[in-house]
Design a protein around this ligand. Structure first.
Ligand code: GLP
Length: 244
């Protein structure tokens, strides 16, 4: 397995940003997947700053998010669409849908739209690089523990803490559906190259399970042990319990 451990959070953010920038420079029509959350915000800002400095060509890339919050307006500040738009895609001057595509937050037929999203990625040549976040319970995207490895894009569950926060922030009443919309584990496994990113001591235990535990659907990220081209990019806090 290909594991990189950076000494601290700053070095980690810089290394992750460098993976994205190099991918864009090496293949200007790259299809690149991103994740939202605390792990990736800084790296997105570093890519934006590098673009402002150097102005490398982003006019042919596609950026997309691995997942989305279902049941909220996409303009909600916690929607993955809005997070990626403010953190990176607007800064790179990306145009929708030429350069920036997302799974829907709302739909009258999520199954149809998720299938269309997968087809769109395939039509663009497949995913060249996926920067993939890791949930504290081992989830990838919104694929919670117990999700079959064969799963395709669709609706999955949201952890209750996150759901409560989103209800509060959006004023969504109990009884009105909220959920996770996500590419499936099989979709992720078919991506050409993955960089799994994890930093901080809240990830120490799950990083050990992901890399040193058995490959099991109880820990979705353990599936990546079998991906042919996956780098595990960690900071020293996240890597602290590894014995490898
Ligand atoms: C969230 C998102 C994932 C993200 C993960 C890690 O639930 N749905 O896409 O990768 O959790 O988030 P964080 O980086 O904040 O720990």
């Amino acid at each position: 397995m290909f594991i990189t451990v950076e000494k601290d959070e700053q070095a980690f953010d810089k290394a992750a940003a460098a993976r994205i920038i190099a991918q864009i420079k090496n293949k200007p029509d790259s299809v690149i997947g991103l994740s939202t959350g605390r792990t990736t915000g800084n790296m997105h800002r570093l890519v934006s700053e590098a673009y402002a400095r150097e102005g490398f060509d982003c006019s042919h890339i596609t950026l997309f998010g691995v997942d989305e919050v279902g049941g909220v307006p996409k303009e909600y500040s916690g929607a993955c669409y809005t997070m990626l738009k403010t953190q990176i895609t607007d800064n790179l001057g990306l145009v929708e849908p030429d350069n920036f595509i997302m799974l829907p937050t709302m739909s009258d037929d999520f199954e149809r739209d998720c299938k269309a999203f997968r087809d769109e990625l395939a039509a663009r040549g497949g995913v060249d690089l996926m920067i993939l976040g890791l949930g504290e319970n081992g989830h990838l995207g919104f694929n919670q523990p117990g999700t079959p490895f064969e799963s395709r894009a669709g609706i999955n569950k949201m952890l209750s803490d996150l759901e409560e926060r989103i209800r509060r922030e959006t004023g969504t009443p109990e009884g009105q559906w909220l959920g996770g919309i996500t590419l499936g584990l099989k979709d992720i496994m078919e991506m050409k190259r993955i960089v799994l990113v994890a930093k901080g001591s809240n990830k120490t235990a799950i990083v050990k399970e992901m890399l040193e535990g058995p490959v099991t659907e109880d820990v979705p990220a353990s599936m990546l042990q079998n991906h042919p081209c996956c780098e595990f990019l960690l900071d020293s806090a996240a890597a602290a319990a590894l014995t490898l």
